[in-house]
Design a protein around this ligand. Structure first.
Ligand code: FUL
Length: 490
């Protein structure tokens, strides 16, 4: 009996060690150190930095689908169906604000082409609906609510339009560009994020004039980030809200415009970096696990700052469906998503779909509150606040260094929050958390990238001295923040 227990303990220890070692395993492939170092020098544009610092952003999928029960409308819906009875955008915005969200994005036009504002360019809009006898304007109510609550404004416009007759022709580029202008002129200019969905499932092929749309947005508000099918913010590659174990904000330039042609948009001029065919060779799929690693930046002609956004819905669907009221994600699930998105160098974009009344459902509101309260509770008491910090100079080809914290007295903690000064780039590739157990340093956890923020969960430790050991970096590491927290549940 004793032997079995001993063997199981041993097997478990071997397994844990093996898993730990795997974290630092390098992908096989050619590495060009000059390119790796060059990637460490790539820095964010101020608008990208401001966006990264938001951490939590909200998505509101609301439209004709809310009333038909569809996820993708075909554009043939009767606009009269759109009729929220108790619309209150203030309630949406207040709920997400209370949970710590800093920006909210509204689906002003989804694939069905139905516009939530009275557009001068189509009749397939709120002006043809029953809502306020066609006198309503959801986009206006939404931006007013955001401004009143001090929440940044985001607008989603689907390039794929299943209603608009010009779709598939050059004239559609005029239509779409006009709508972007209309949004900025009527509801801007303080739109902080513009979201161009990459989804399309159509026989009709539209050649989008992306550079024209980007130029319009830059003209209207240079501080606005353009996301997904845009040059500033990258879709993480899944709709589960999960970033990669190693999430790089510096990636090959060919990762841009993942779903479209690989045109390269730059301030002051646009050009095609390579013919499409060649790009395919080094083209990284948006879901590729290796995006941004040493091998991938070594193959890249050029690397760019293109940080990841993790989108997911609090329910199975993006739009509200009554039968999903019992499928609102659990607090545990949301917290797991938080650690694997915000805690992995990404921004979380969480969708909470307003219902037919035009309100966030009570269940979702309650879950949002729990989510916000839990994050606040865990991360409000930093055990490393006021710690004495000493660090060694980076040495060798791997820029190894240690940062030691003396907490003043023994403290208990089981969460680490660590951040790099990304204004100067993202550099750390491998690091470990260690604690002084009285006679030697004990390794608690190994991890890879840090970037803007990395959160680690590990068994509770009690120690006065804590050390971050940077094992491998692309250039001199600059660790700007270290927090230690003690969480009872999540
Ligand atoms: C996808 C769309 O097809 C979904 O309906 C949803 O809007 C999601 C955020 O993006 O591409």
């Amino acid at each position: 009996m004793k032997k079995t227990v001993l063997l199981s303990v041993l097997a478990f220890a071997v397994l844990v060690t093996a898993c730990n070692l795997k974290v630092w395993e390098d992908r096989k492939g050619e590495v060009d150190m000059a390119k790796v170092k060059a990637a460490a020098m790539v820095t964010p544009h101020p608008r990208q930095l401001a966006w990264q610092q938001l951490e939590l952003t909200a998505f509101f999928h609301f439209g004709i689908n809310t009333f038909t029960g569809n996820e993708w409308g075909d554009g043939k819906e009767d606009p009269k169906l759109f009729n929220p009875t108790q619309l209150d955008c203030r309630q949406w915005v207040k709920s997400v604000k209370a949970a710590g969200f800093k920006l909210a994005i509204l689906t002003a036009k989804h694939h069905d082409g139905f516009c939530l504002w009275p557009s001068a360019y189509t009749d397939h809009d709120v002006a043809s609906s029953s809502y306020k006898n066609g006198k309503g304007d959801i986009v206006k109510e939404f931006v007013d609510a955001c401004r009143a609550e001090g929440i940044k404004i985001g607008i989603y416009l689907s390039p794929w339009d299943r209603h608009e007759k010009t779709y598939g022709r050059e004239a559609y580029n005029d239509y779409f560009d006009n709508q972007i202008r209309e949004i900025f002129d009527n509801y801007g200019p303080d739109i902080a994020e513009f979201w161009f969905d990459g989804a399309v499932d159509s026989e009709i092929k539209q050649m989008y004039d992306w550079n024209r749309f980007y130029k319009t947005i830059r003209e209207k508000n240079p501080d606005c980030v353009i996301a997904v099918s845009g040059p500033d913010v990258r879709w993480v590659g899944n709709e589960s809200g999960l970033a990669r174990e190693s999430e790089w904000s510096v990636v090959p330039a060919s990762a841009k415009n993942q779903n479209q042609i690989a045109s390269d948009f730059e301030e002051g001029g646009f050009h095609y970096t390579k013919p499409d065919k060649e790009i395919q060779m080094y083209r990284y799929d948006s879901a590729s696990e290796d995006l941004g690693d040493r091998v991938s930046v070594s193959q890249a002609e050029k690397t760019i700052w293109y940080p990841a956004e993790c989108d997911t819905s609090i329910r199975p669907g993006w739009f509200y469906h009554e039968n999903q009221d019992i499928q609102v994600k659990s607090l545990a699930k949301l917290m797991d998503i938080y650690y694997k998105s915000v805690g992995r160098n990404s921004v979380l974009l969480l969708n909470i779909p307003p219902d037919k009344r035009g309100l966030l459902h009570e269940k979702d509101v309650e879950r949002l509150k729990e989510f916000g309260d839990t994050i606040r509770e865990i991360f409000s008491d930093n055990k490393a606040a006021g710690a004495v910090r000493t660090e060694t100079k980076p040495t060798g080809d791997n820029y190894e260094m240690t940062i030691e914290l003396d907490l003043g007295s023994k403290k208990s903690f089981n969460r680490l929050s660590i951040g790099e000064n990304i204004q100067n780039g993202q550099r750390v590739e491998k690091f470990a958390l260690e604690v002084w157990n009285g006679y030697k340093w004990k390794e608690v956890e190994r991890s890879t990238t840090i970037g803007y923020k990395r959160l680690l969960k590990f068994p509770r430790q009690k120690a006065q001295k804590v050390r971050i050991r940077i094992v491998q970096a692309r250039y001199n590491p600059e660790i700007s923040s270290i927090g230690l927290y003690n969480s009872s549940w999540y």
